[in-house]
Ligand binder design. Structure first.
Ligand code: HEC
Length: 440
């Protein structure tokens, strides 16, 4: 069993293009599968074709490793793994679902924010899957000892984290497939500081599926406790999904940290394989500085807060916020769209009074399980409009409106910007003031 050791320094999938371009081969694991196995061409040692093994290693095994991580239900390492019955539909072999999911635009594999397979990698898998996954019998030449990369993703932090928001380990019950767990960390500083980087600190990748960090109005119990997946009245500061980066602040600015702050970390755990005794103490790792940068940064929410997604129906909403006269120039450096489970797509766009439109964050299709900050660069000026478009499909039998619980919905496009505007101390104000209408 390999245990993926997460390093901040490792980019999600740095080896893919090197391996494909360089023609290097990785070792294909050799497994004996019974001659009754589906898709095989004979008894004995059946192996993955080398080119298939290369694609799976580069694009899939950070989650579908020998010991699957981040909620992935099965390994994609050996030939036997690919011909085994699929977890979600045991009447199908895993390789049959692979074929569907690499082309599934609504629920693609690899999942966002990891890039989709490029044309070469797709062609390799398509050809093999179309031939019903024939086994190779010869091991790959020139095996290398390339190690699987971490799925924690992101670039290396520009700093050494000194403030860690973690708790005592939580033990995932064997019988629970899915759980949301929350804990609070209070931070008190004597003198003003700034947060200049926020990064995932993943302890046990086998069960961590995604994480959120909130700034709360009051203290939350420091003991990891089952909770609703919603915001519980807090302000979303950071999110992480496998493959997602941290939030780096630009050299001009940091997020102010003064007095006492009540942070809450919310972790979504997944234990689809019902492993026993899996413990985790993941959280967020922050870099702070007392050498204050010239500007305070802040996070605000564009979007809309007044809408109803009809029962068994759809809603396509466009919300415009006109930046009022007198607004100072706002330098946006990262975007994070946010909806709940009924969302199907969201985008935020800057429509300047002159010049080209700028994407402030697009997540179409929307995937609740894959939320991340993505860097962007835009300057918002008085007179400009920020347009947020949210789309939902309500599969439930009740109307669903805006709210903090996971069963409610949201249409927020968070933007990290500087310099902090004090009159935006209510971070929801841009979404509250926006004019929303059904998309024409
Ligand atoms: C960043 C992590 C991650 C990466 C990378 C990733 N997967 Fe997944 N995969 C998951 C998770 C989590 C699930 C379970 C949730 C779901 O089905 O969406 C999953 C589910 C699947 C399923 C459905 C299994 C079933 O029984 O329904 C298939 C098939 C699959 N992945 C194939 C792939 C392939 C092929 C690749 C690479 C080309 C890949 N995945 C890359 C995380 C990942």
């Amino acid at each position: 069993m390999t245990h993926l050791k997460l390093r901040f320094a490792s980019h999600a999938f740095p080896f893919a293009s090197v391996l494909l371009l360089g023609g290097t081969h990785v070792a294909c694991s050799s497994v004996d599968v019974p001659s009754t196995g589906t898709g095989g061409s004979g008894a004995g040692t059946m192996l993955l074709p080398c080119d298939v093994g290369v694609v799976l290693e580069a694009h899939c095994q950070s989650c579908h490793g020998e010991k699957p991580s981040f909620g992935a239900p099965m390994p994609l390492v050996s030939y036997a793994d690919l011909v085994a019955p699929a977890k979600s539909d045991p009447t199908k072999a895993v390789y049959e679902l692979v074929s569907a999911r690499i082309h599934d635009d609504a629920k693609p594999m690899p999942q966002a924010p990891n890039p989709r397979l490029d044309a070469d990698a797709t062609a390799i898998l398509d050809a093999w899957l179309a031939a019903k996954a024939p086994a190779a019998t010869e091991s790959c030449a020139n095996p290398t000892s390339t190690t699987a990369t971490s799925g924690a993703g992101g670039s290396a932090p520009a700093c050494t984290p000194d403030l860690k928001l973690h708790a005592e380990p939580w033990t995932m019950p064997k019988d629970t497939g899915d759980a949301y767990v929350c804990f609070g960390v209070d931070v008190t500083v004597a003198k003003k500081q700034q947060i200049i980087g926020i990064y995932p600190g993943i302890d046990n990748p086998t069960i961590v599926h995604h994480m959120l960090m909130f700034d709360m109005p009051k203290a939350v119990s420091p003991t990891p406790t089952l909770c609703d997946g919603g915001s519980m009245g807090g302000r979303l500061v950071a999110v992480w999904a496998p493959g997602g980066a941290g939030l780096d602040f630009p050299a001009e600015a940091g997020l102010p940290l003064e007095g006492t702050r009540h942070y809450m970390v919310q972790i979504h755990y997944s234990n689809l394989n019902h492993l026993e005794g899996e413990k985790d103490a993941s959280g967020f790792d922050l870099c702070t500085t007392s050498e204050l940068r010239a500007n305070d940064a802040d996070i605000v929410a564009f979007g809309g807060m007044t809408f109803t997604v009809p029962a068994q129906g759809k809603l396509d909403l466009t919300c415009d916020l006109l930046l009022p006269k007198g607004t100072a120039d706002l330098h946006v450096f990262s975007g994070m769209p946010h909806m709940h489970r009924l969302g199907t797509g969201i985008s935020a766009t800057l429509l300047p009074t002159s010049g080209p439109q700028v994407d402030l964050g697009t997540r179409t299709p929307w995937d609740f399980d894959a939320q991340y900050w993505s860097a962007n660069v835009a300057t918002l000026k008085a007179g400009d409009t920020v347009r947020t478009r949210c789309q939902w499909e309500n599969t439930t039998s009740t109307n669903v409106g805006f709210g903090p619980k996971t069963s409610d919905e949201m249409c927020f496009a968070f933007a990290a910007y500087w310099p902090k505007v004090d009159s935006l101390s209510n971070w929801e104000l841009p979404a509250l003031l926006a004019k929303c209408a059904k998309t024409q």
